[in-house]
Write a protein that binds this ligand. Sequence first.
Ligand SMILES: N[C@@H](CCC(=O)N[C@@H](CS)C(=O)NCC(=O)O)C(=O)O
Length: 348
Amino acid sequence: MKPLSRLRSVVSKLQLELQNLHVGRSSTGSSFVDLWAHSYMLRSRITSARFQPCAQRSLLPSDMQDEPPGKPTYVASLSAHGNPYQVMELWQRPDSRQKARSALLIAKMLILHHLGISQSERIVWLLEELELPYKLVLHIRSPILSPDSLKSQPGNALGRAPFFEDTNENITLSESGAICDYIIYKYGDGRLALKPSDKNYPEYLRYFHFANASLQASSATNMSLAALNLPADNLTVQFAKARLAANYRTLDDRLSTNKYLAGEELTAADIMTLYVTSTQRYWGPQINLGEYNHILRWMKDCGERPAYQRAMDKGDPEMKRLLGAEAPDKSMMAAGGTNSSHWKKSSL
Ligand SMILES: N[C@@H](CCC(=O)N[C@@H](CS)C(=O)NCC(=O)O)C(=O)O
C-alpha cells in the first residue's frame, strides 16, 4: 500500500479528520502503524490532525534534540475536545519507536511541579526512567516550606510537592505513590512495577509502600524530635531512634541479597525509597549510613543510572547529592533553608 492510501486507511479507522497532509514528506509504513497504535487510545477525543516536519526541535524530548538534523521527524498537531496540543511522531529510528509512541500521546500534557530538595525528585526520576516527555515546573522553597507559586496551583489542596497535572484528562494529583502508579499504568505500560504474576510482586508492593509508610514516616518523626533538642534519655526520642534503626536494618538486609528492592531490576519501589536515604538527610535525621554497606552499594547503583542523573540535573542542579555515608552536619531548618548555601554543591 502506498503511503497516502495507508495513511488514509489508518485515519478512517480512527475517524480522524485530516485537515492538511504533507504526503511528499511523509513517512514509512511502520510509522503509520505507530500512529495508529497511539491514536487508538485517544480516538474518541481527536477531532483533527495536521502533520508537518518538525521545525522546532525544542519540541522533541531532550535526548532526541541532539540527533543530526535531516532525520524525518514530524510533528502532528492534534485537536482534542477543541484543545489543540502538539505531539511528536514519526521518529524513524527503530530503537526510538517506543519514545516516539509515548511522545505522540503525551508531549506537553504531563506537568510535574517539583519543589527543590524534596520528595518530588522521585517523580522526576520516574519520568526520566520511563523516558516520557513532560513539562517540569521548578519551585524554590520559601525558604523552608512551599512558595506561593506551588501552594496556589489549582487542586493542590495541601500545597505540597510532588504535584502533578495530566492536562489531557483534566486531572491533578498529589502523593508520590499515587503519582507513580498513575504514570506507570496510564503512560508507562506498567514498566517499573511488577505484575501480580511475578514471584517478587509481594516484595515489590511491600517496599513501594514501606518507603512512605514506614521509612519516611519514621524519618520525619526523628527530624521533628531532633528540632526539639530533648535529652537523649527521653523515652520518645529513644523509641523513635530505635524504630528508625530497625527500618534501616530491614532495608540493608533486603539489599544484601537483592540488587534492587524488588529483585534484579530497578522498580518504583527503589524510586520511592532513595529520596529518604539520600536527600531527606538534609532535613533530618542526619544519620551516617556507614554501618549500612548494602544500602550504600544500592545508593551508588541508583546514583549511577543515567536517568537518575538527568533527573537530578534537571530538578536540583545546584544541590549536592547525598549518596554516600556522610550526612550534613546540621539540618536545613537549622541552616535557614534555601537561604543558606548549606545544600549547594560548592559549599560542602
Ligand atoms: N506524602 C507526600 C508528602 C509530600 C510532602 O510533604 N512534600 C514536602 C516536600 S518533601 C513539601 O511539599 N513540603 C513543603 C511544605 O510542606 O510546605 C508525598 O509522598 O508526596
